[in-house]
Ligand binder design. Structure first.
Ligand SMILES: [Zn+2]
Length: 420
């Protein structure tokens, strides 16, 4: 279909095909080759930083949705249950990002038509192309999960398993058709995200879809382990669209912190025994995201994994541009007993249990009377409370405690009353 298909990225018929060898699920190579994409924006301005493959300057074809507002129409092909799934997908974006899907109104030129097409699992135009465009799901793929994936394309996201550096994380060894790698090597990548909803399923039997994971403890990927957006997906979208409020925190690669990033680090009033400010970091290590304390001198993150380890690869540091309190959206440490996962800042998830990891802060008085302060990890799978002890990888070894604070962000009602 010429130019149209060039700008579409298909989702494989995963629901039909996972584990099956009877159905040919291969996507036409022309659809996968040379498809440009945007993986992650690391620009604090929220501008689309670089798009490779085709004309970078063609902002008409490759524009984001202004203010993250996407107008939509529900096509008549959708059943009532399809619409329920679509609304769940919208809700996933509305509760975790600043993206808004809003009903088309008279006079709106650019909009996405949400459609059912049983000839596809899922198919969507990439970015805002101008005028009519669609996000489709069909057949056995008419789920929230598929629609979250397709709407990710609508918002300019590409496939995680087609990142330029994916060969470090998955192998397509022995596959007769291998998804193309995007070569947008000007965009610094975040931590490789096996859990991204933009990653195809992957396991030993399904290796030619999303590849076989090369990281220990990672047994499957994408929609097989995440029904909605992963924590990294959320972080990436909020960065790409320069989301503010309680979605303005940004995790930055430890190896390439800029001056601006450094100005956005926050120690929450806490210092090491040597008097240096302490900053939280996260690392993907052996298939799980852990939170720890950043060491600027070595660019390492001190985490716990069967012992205290200083990790130097796949490390990101938390920055909060705009300060801890901005427009009444306040980042603060909240005592475990009153903290809620709904307002806590997630750091990532484990690839083996799927539990979400959050940022815990605790201090401990050492034998010599000195107070040792540390960032660590607390996990939960509920949305109601923090009931488990935190892993605290301190300078004097690991300890576990129920006496910790959780980094959270909330809308300050008092502030809103004064400032309207
Ligand atoms: Zn896709």
């Amino acid at each position: 279909m010429g130019i149209l298909t060039h700008f579409l990225i298909p989702l494989l018929l995963i629901n039909f095909c996972a584990g099956s060898t009877n159905i040919n699920c291969n996507v036409p190579s022309s659809w996968l080759s040379g498809n440009p994409t945007i993986q992650r924006s690391t620009s604090s301005s929220g501008q689309v930083p670089y798009v490779s493959g085709i004309n970078f300057y063609n902002t008409y074809l490759w524009s984001k949705w202004p203010q993250g507002r996407v107008k939509y129409k529900l096509n008549a092909t959708l059943t009532a249950s399809d619409i329920t799934e679509v609304r769940k997908a919208f809700n996933e974006y509305h509760t975790k990002t600043c993206i808004q899907f809003l009903p088309w109104e008279q006079g709106d030129v650019d909009f996405v038509s949400i459609e059912r097409d049983d000839n596809t699992c899922g198919l969507a135009h990439v970015c805002k192309i101008g005028g009519y465009q669609f996000a489709q799901f069909g057949g056995g793929c008419r789920t929230m999960s598929t629609m979250v994936h397709e709407l990710g394309h609508t918002l300019c996201l590409g496939h995680e398993h087609q990142r330029e550096d994916r060969d470090d994380y998955v192998t397509y060894s022995g596959c007769h058709q291998v998804p193309t790698k995007y070569t947008n090597n000007h965009v610094p990548k975040g931590i490789y995200d096996y859990r991204s909803i933009m990653h195809y399923w992957c396991d030993a039997n399904n290796a030619c879809f999303g590849g076989r994971p090369l990281t220990p403890n990672v047994n499957n990927c994408g929609g097989a382990v995440t029904t909605g957006l992963s924590v990294f997906d959320v972080d990436g979208i909020n960065s790409l669209y320069n989301c503010q409020g309680c979605t303005r925190h940004r995790w930055r690669p430890a190896q390439s912190l800029t001056q601006a990033d450094r100005g956005n680090l926050h120690n929450f009033g806490h210092y090491s025994q040597d008097g240096n400010p302490l900053y939280p970091c996260r690392a993907l290590y052996h298939g799980s995201v852990s939170v720890g304390t950043f060491d600027d001198a070595t660019k390492s993150c001190r985490i716990y994994y069967a012992g205290v380890v200083s990790v130097t690869e796949n490390v990101e540091v938390l920055t909060i541009p705009g300060g801890l309190s901005q427009s009444c959206y306040k980042y603060e440490l909240v005592s475990r007993t009153t903290a809620s996962p709904r307002t806590a800042i997630p750091a990532g998830s484990s690839n083996w249990d799927g539990w979400v990891r959050y940022i815990a802060y605790a201090s401990k008085t050492l034998a010599n009377g000195v107070t040792d302060k540390t960032f660590g990890t607390v996990s939960t799978y509920t949305q109601s409370s923090f009931t488990y002890s935190a892993d605290m990888p301190s300078s004097s070894g690991i300890y576990y405690t129920l006496d910790y604070d959780v980094l959270s962000c909330r809308l300050d009602d008092e502030c809103m009353r004064w400032n309207g």
